[in-house]
Design a protein around this ligand. Structure first.
Ligand code: GLA
Length: 741
């Protein structure tokens, strides 16, 4: 019967032609093999004779009629390495002598800590399966959820752990999924950084042992991001070669381990960070892990990121009301943000002056940043008191919001809901609401403490004030900030052995507040900011329409940050402001054109003190915002090709995006400093239709000499785009568009 199903499915896929798209999930009951096909990817796992769920294949799409042989456990490598440890299990319990990273580790009340999960049953789910595993003796069940995207072949995996014993169990480690890649030579890519310096692509040869990528901070963190890629070989290529990649959808403490075992096989395990973890599952209770997405590309990191970008836009990001389930989120409005211009020194008059200038530039949305509430004059006071400061705004926010609307922009506001300054009415009233261990010091960062959002009263307070703010004011957008990491993460409402649940409950409540807010105010859009890029992940991106990648707005630094960011995240969510020169951070001076073009690689914003702009600067910014509006969709939702990476001190960098129907392409080119008279390299473009004719139009900064203006896609891809001899100097930038004739 199941075999028959497979045959029908195969016939169906064969009908779709060689480059079969669409997805399929098939179970071969004879071989006990589960197979998922989507895009150009096949993923397969089976039940081996011992009953373990074993990974069988993850790679390029196999023929529809190919049969995947039944799972055979790997051999015992030596008496030191049992077959249980060498077999690539889909979700291994710590037990039976497992020496590699377990997916799950538990302690039972009687002291037993052995958990061995075997296949119990399965059911079909949309584009996938739910496979139930059970401990060989006890009533602990783990349901593994699998689905595959028909277009990108990206898999979504997570687990639900259920205790059907009569006693509680403590979960000490719980992954969302474990991914396996066969033994070989690989390069590992991951993203690291710090405040003001996020998104460094770190690359290293995979070698024996375990590489830990994690946050123990209670939130995603600037220092590492929950994304990885594993490239085949020692000399990876942006455009070619096999890549396995993944991203974890969790905004709390997380961990991804990448392990090369004693037989050189690779396992990637990711989920809740087991550090300081302990989740008590009472009889009948369940724990759901975050989702761990995984994908495969045969086209290098470039191919991998294009798949991920597609998936994020199509399936992760929130949709606007009326867009419908299948409609892609719209490109972001061009914003103005007041932070760098005024810092906390905001006033009705000052904001209106900025808004008038912003409107004259063609900005779509005006955002007032920190400083408008409570007794907020500096970062020493006010967080927690979300009423409008009556000295700064004597008539409330309405006059400013009305003015912004009259200028044909919508209005956005900065909030930092999970935080409190000890100098605030809220803290004076509820000192017990913060994360703390009673009787121990409460470590401050930026003079603030973290509210324990895991508490229901705190959760309700946060939702309550935000709801009120949005009910009372016509606000289209909230910049949701989060400016420190955790310390002393105590939750003394719970019995001591349950207090570590704060790691899960806090993040779940954050998601709950965000989703409730979206339900009550479906038109309000959100930005996730955490002192820049400290909370960017596929969990928060289910609710946040955009993110703030870094507080560092230096346009040259941003090139490398944006390059790093786009390995994991789509330019659609990558906000980029044009700020003043010289830059406050690096004291580097750059032209307005250079700053604009650097920011135009993502979702454009302006953060400069535009009341000081000269007429000429106003004209330049206005012209480029108009040019950006025309090609924005191609830039933020097209296929991105990193033609020359700015990493590793490159003199040059360039990116190109091509829209989905290949009718338009946009190219950005940047020079750090021309050396020894070397001109800008010829840019061999990608992703165009070779047979179509494209007209090249400079957007800014280019003097085209010796290049045709109209030529075939084949010309632009094979001969390449010659930027012209005059394109040289320090901190130079150029942008072009190509339109199909
Ligand atoms: C954080 C943000 C900035 C700004 C300030 C306000 O640092 O990243 O953009 O909003 O807070 O205090």
């Amino acid at each position: 019967m199941q075999r028959a199903m497979l045959v029908v499915l195969s016939a169906l896929l064969a009908g779709l032609g060689a480059a079969a798209q669409g997805s399929a999930a098939a179970y071969d009951g004879t071989a006990k093999v589960f197979r998922l096909d989507g895009g150009n990817v096949t993923y397969a796992f089976g039940v081996n004779p011992r009953g373990e769920l074993q990974q069988l294949y993850w790679g390029g799409r196999l023929g529809a009629t190919d049969r995947i042989p039944a799972a055979v456990p790997k051999r015992e490598a030596a008496s030191f390495d049992s077959s249980y440890t060498t077999t690539p299990q889909e979700y291994a319990g710590w037990g039976a002598g497992l020496f590699v990273e377990p997916a799950i580790k538990v302690t039972f009340t009687d002291g037993n800590r052995d958990l061995v999960l075997h296949y119990d049953r399965h059911e079909s789910a949309t584009d996938g399966f739910n496979v139930v595993l059970k401990d060989i003796k006890r009533n602990v069940f783990v349901t593994l959820h699998y689905s595959i995207d028909p277009v990108s072949g990206i898999l979504s995996r997570s687990a639900t752990i259920e205790n059907k014993e009569e006693q509680p169990i403590t979960i000490e480690q719980a992954a969302a999924a474990a991914w396996s890649v066969p033994a070989g030579h690989y390069t590992l890519d991951y993203l690291t950084g710090r405040w003001g310096g996020e998104w460094t692509l770190t690359q290293e040869k995979l070698s024996p042992g375990e590489r830990v990528i994690e946050s123990r901070r209670g939130s995603t963190g600037h220092q590492a991001n929950p994304w990885f890629a594993i490239e085949a070989g020692d000399a990876p290529d942006e455009n070619a070669g096999e890549v396995w990649f993944g991203a974890l959808a969790w905004s709390g403490s997380w961990r991804i381990t990448v392990e090369q075992d004693q037989l050189d096989a690779i396992r990637v395990t990711g989920g809740f960070n087991p550090f300081d973890f302990g989740y008590v599952l009472k009889p009948g209770e369940k724990l759901e892990t975050p989702v761990f997405y995984g994908g495969y590309s045969a086209h290098g990191l470039g191919g991998a990121s294009r798949l991920l970008h597609h998936y994020e836009v199509a399936h992760v990001l929130p949709r606007r009301v009326g867009d419908g389930e299948d409609a892609a989120p719209k490109p972001r409005p061009v914003i103005y943000n007041s932070w760098e211009a005024t810092e906390m020194n905001v006033s009705e008059e000052g904001q209106i002056a900025l808004a008038e200038k912003a409107a004259a530039l063609g900005v779509d949305r005006f955002v007032m940043d920190d400083g408008w509430f409570g007794q907020r004059k500096t970062d020493h006071a006010g967080l927690g008191d979300w009423y409008v400061n009556s000295q700064k705004f004597p008539h409330g926010l309405k006059p400013l919001i009305d003015k912004v609307h009259a200028l044909h922009m919508d209005f956005g506001l900065w909030v930092e809901p999970e935080m409190v300054n000890p100098d605030s009415d809220l803290y004076r009233k509820h000192p017990d609401w913060v994360l703390n261990f009673p009787g121990r010091p409460r470590s401050e960062s930026r003079n603030q403490l973290v509210l324990n959002l895991a508490r229901q009263d705190v959760r309700d307070y946060v939702l309550g004030f935000l709801d009120k703010l949005l009910n009372e004011n016509d606000i289209a957008f909230l910049k949701w900030d989060y400016n420190r990491n955790w310390s002393e993460p105590g939750w003394d409402q719970l019995p001591p052995n349950e207090q570590k649940e704060v790691y899960v409950a806090f993040t779940r409540n954050l998601y709950w507040v965000l989703s409730e807010l979206k339900k009550r105010h479906p038109k309000v859009e959100l930005e996730s900011c955490s002192g820049g890029g400290g909370r960017v992940d596929l969990g928060i991106l289910q609710y946040a329409d955009e993110v703030w990648p870094s507080d560092n707005t230096d346009p040259f630094d941003r090139l490398t940050q944006q390059d790093g960011f786009t390995y994991a995240y789509t330019p659609q969510v990558m906000m980029a402001w044009v700020t003043d020169s010289p830059h406050w951070g690096n004291k580097r001076s750059t032209s307005l054109q250079y700053r604009m073009l650097s920011s135009m690689q993502g979702s454009l914003g302006i953060g400069a003190n535009i009341t000081k702009f000269t007429d000429q600067e106003m004209a330049t910014a206005k012209r480029l915002i108009a040019a950006y509006h025309q090609v924005q969709k191609t830039i933020v939702q097209g296929d991105l090709y990193r033609l020359i990476s700015p990493r590793n001190g490159s003199e040059f960098s360039a990116t190109q995006t091509v829209n989905k129907d290949k009718s338009q392409s946009v190219v950005f080119a940047f020079i750090h400093s021309t050396q020894e008279g070397r001109g800008f390299p010829i840019l061999k473009l990608k992703g165009l239709d070779p047979k179509a004719e494209y007209t090249l139009t400079p957007i800014e900064g280019a003097v085209l000499k010796g290049s045709p203006t109209t030529a075939s896609g084949a010309w632009w891809m094979n001969h390449g785009l010659v930027t012209g001899d005059d394109f040289r100097g320090d901190f130079q930038a150029a942008a072009f568009r190509l339109d199909r004739k």
